[in-house]
Design a protein around this ligand. Sequence first.
Ligand code: IP8
Length: 250
Amino acid sequence: MILIKLGGSVLTNKNRKYSFRTHTVKRLIKEIKKSDIEDYIIVHGGGSFGHPGAEKFDLNTPDPKSPAEGMARVQLDMRRMNNHLLELMLDQGIWGISIPGGLITLFQDGELHELDKEIVQRYLSLDTVPVAFGDVTIDKKRGLTICSGDDIMVGLSSLADKSVFVSDVDGIYKDGKLKEEFTGDMLPLGEYDLSKKKKGTDVTGGMNEKVKKMIEISKHNRTYIVNGDKKDRLRRILDEEEVTCTEVKR
Ligand code: IP8
C-alpha cells in the first residue's frame, strides 16, 4: 500500500486564489497510472483553495472569527478543489472517491486525536482510490480546527509501506545542500534551507512542521519527498527507480 500526498503547491498556484494547475495535475495522474503500483491512497492539501479562507477566519487558532461561516466557506472551497482532482482522475479511468478530512478525523486542541481508517479501507476494498483531503474538522477543545493533509498522512501511515510527498521542491535542504536522507536530528531547518519561492498563505506551519510529521510517518513506512514539477519523478519513485528526492528517516 502506498500513500501519495499531492501538496497544495503542485495542485494549485499558491499565489493566485482558486487557481488549479490542471495541466500539471493531468500529468501527475498520468504518471501514477503509468506506474506499476496497484493499491494506493491519495491525500491532498489545501493550496490556494483552503489556506486563504482558513487564514481569513483564523480557523487554525484557538479563537477563530465567525467560526460557523468560516467552516462552511472553507469546507466548500476544499470540496471544489477535490472535485477538480476527482474529475481529472475520472477522465483517465481512475475511480477516485472523495474522503473529506473533516468526516474521518477528530482533533484535540489542534492535534490529531482520531482518524477512522476503516472507512478508507472499505473504499479500497471496493477497488476505488480513496482521495482524502485537508479540511475543517471538529476539535474537542476548540470546537473546530484545520486538519491538514499531512495530519491525514500521519493517521493513515500504519496502513502503508511507503509514503510519497509530492511537492514543488527537489527534497529537503540542510545548509543549502539537498539531502538524500534527512533525519530528525537535522531539524530545525534554517532560513537558508527553506524554499525561497513565494508560497502564498500556509496556515498549517510550513516546511518544519511538515518534516516533523514526515518523521512521525517514517516510523511506519519508507517516506520520501519528491518534486512533482519535474516530469517523471513521481512515476520513478513509485516504480522504485533511481530519482532525485529525499528519504526522511527517524
Ligand atoms: O495544505 C490544509 O491542508 P495542507 C487544509 O495539507 C486547509 O496543510 C483547509 C487549509
